[in-house]
Design a protein around this ligand. Sequence first.
Ligand code: URA
Length: 209
Amino acid sequence: MQHLTIVDHPLVQHKLSIMRQKDVSTAGFRRLLREISLLLAYEITRELELTSTRIETPLCEMDAPMLEGKKLALISILRAGNGLLDGILELIPGARVGFVGLYRDPETLKPVEYYCKVPRELDARMTIVVDPMLATGNSSVAAINMLKERGAKNLRFLCLLAAPEGVARMREAHADVPIFTAALDERLDDHGYIVPGLGDAGDRMFGTK
Ligand code: URA
């Protein structure tokens, strides 16, 4: 599988363009994020394995395809990851859910773990890490390190926007983790924001600031 997949479906691109606009309301931003997350989740789960199960329709018996193996694990990087998580859970309600919390040490500027609660048996689950903005890549790399330490092997990373710097950092640290995004933007600014981007995803989805 390729390392970076840009989901260029017209609905995704249209909704993303609306979200980028600075005067979209918090409610509008949240609704669009939920809608896009369903479309992104559809794409990222394309390779899930199927097995055949005998079922009975009102007319006859048949061998029908059903998902194989353990339930997926969805891991949200706090706090903005939760905006993507909600939509994905509508599509995959049986998924197991975990949370990773990281803050940036003001002196070293390195991500420090403050919370980690993840589903059991990660080694047997497709594990999808969600965070809307892949900017420097520092927190994504740190979160994936934590998940690998806890056994995760079959990982994917899902974001709404990615910066080239973040993609490069992920490729360097975790070449085995495919990234799915709605767009690859131009660059990071001096404050680590994605340009042209959409601003602070957490603030926009939660109405803070
Ligand atoms: N986090 C955000 O919310 N926005 C960016 O542009 C970069 C990181």
